[in-house]
Design a protein around this ligand. Sequence first.
Ligand code: ADP
Length: 358
Amino acid sequence: MSNYQVEDVLKALSHVDDPDLHKDIVSLGMVRDIKVEQNQLFFSVYLTTPACPMKDMIENACRNAIAHFIGEEIACEINMTADVSVNKKTNAIISNVKNIIAVGSGKGGVGKSTVSAGIAAVLAKSGAKVGLLDADIYGPSVPILFGVQNSEIEVVNKNGGELMLPVTVAGVKLFSIGFLSKPNEAVVWRGPMVSQAIKQFITGVDWGDLDYLIVDLPPGTGDVQITITQTLPLTGAVIVSTPQNVAIADARKACAMFKMPSVNVPILGMVENMSYFIPEDAPDKKYFIFGKGGTKKLAEDYQTIVLGHLPINTRIMNDSDNGKIYDEQNLEFFTEIAGSLVRQIAILNNQQNSSSNG
Ligand code: ADP
């Protein structure tokens, strides 16, 4: 077809489906900026997230559709970009934040902060605008993971009020309750105080525009955790567990907390940490030291998925302890988990938008 028009391009690309949203990319509004010249075609595809694991697959499908329906001779330049989907519940309350994701666990020490930080760093590296709020009032460890435990918080005047500036490391805007309290200072938190403090972290911090704000919750399922989840307009939650039966039993309580009618937060998925061990000197061996299958079963019971598994690995531990969680090689462990998470967010936002549109 030598004399093709914009409509022909749209028609050809309507044969390409988004594999998660099960709709074609044209009706989803993902194809934009089309410029047509005789044998030259340019267009942009706006994915629902820059961390989309299916970016290459969708680009190839677009090229095939143009070659098949318009002509092999067309030189096709595609700008694969992203416009992160907005969660209505989150966005209605905090207009410059598109999604807030809480990361919780039934128990302490299962790697909840490590996973929160790893996900945030992967998403920032992919080009998303990311914040990480450390709301673990019992043991804030985000400053340690990013090596900024001695940061002084700056305050700026903005729009007639004072705002605290987050600390940016590896593209992630960080704020931690640890920046405000001194180490070893015991703070006893009660309901109204927690709610007040959390509101202060959202509205009193100059987050700017964010695609994803990851919130590292305190471990457990008590009043404090319930108050935090009720105070934040959450897109959804991620639950971290290790495979042992005792950890799974507590993770089950965390799932139940998010599903309480007064909380009612979608569970986007589970992360199984310390799933297995691969010895450095025997890379073909894989040991399931703490057991197998518990997280999968729990995910099924709560109609959610396992976003991914992390091995027990000295690099993860060392990079966390040394404030280098964002190290490129370390992030490889977290890439699949972050990719699965953002897919679940895009699916959820699309479902909510479709159902509210009729
Ligand atoms: P939580 O936030 O659940 O209390 P942390 O993320 O602080 O747990 O992790 C607890 C400790 O376990 C940290 O020292 C961390 O470096 C280590 N750790 C977490 N995940 C792993 C892993 N997959 N392999 C090795 N060490 C890990």
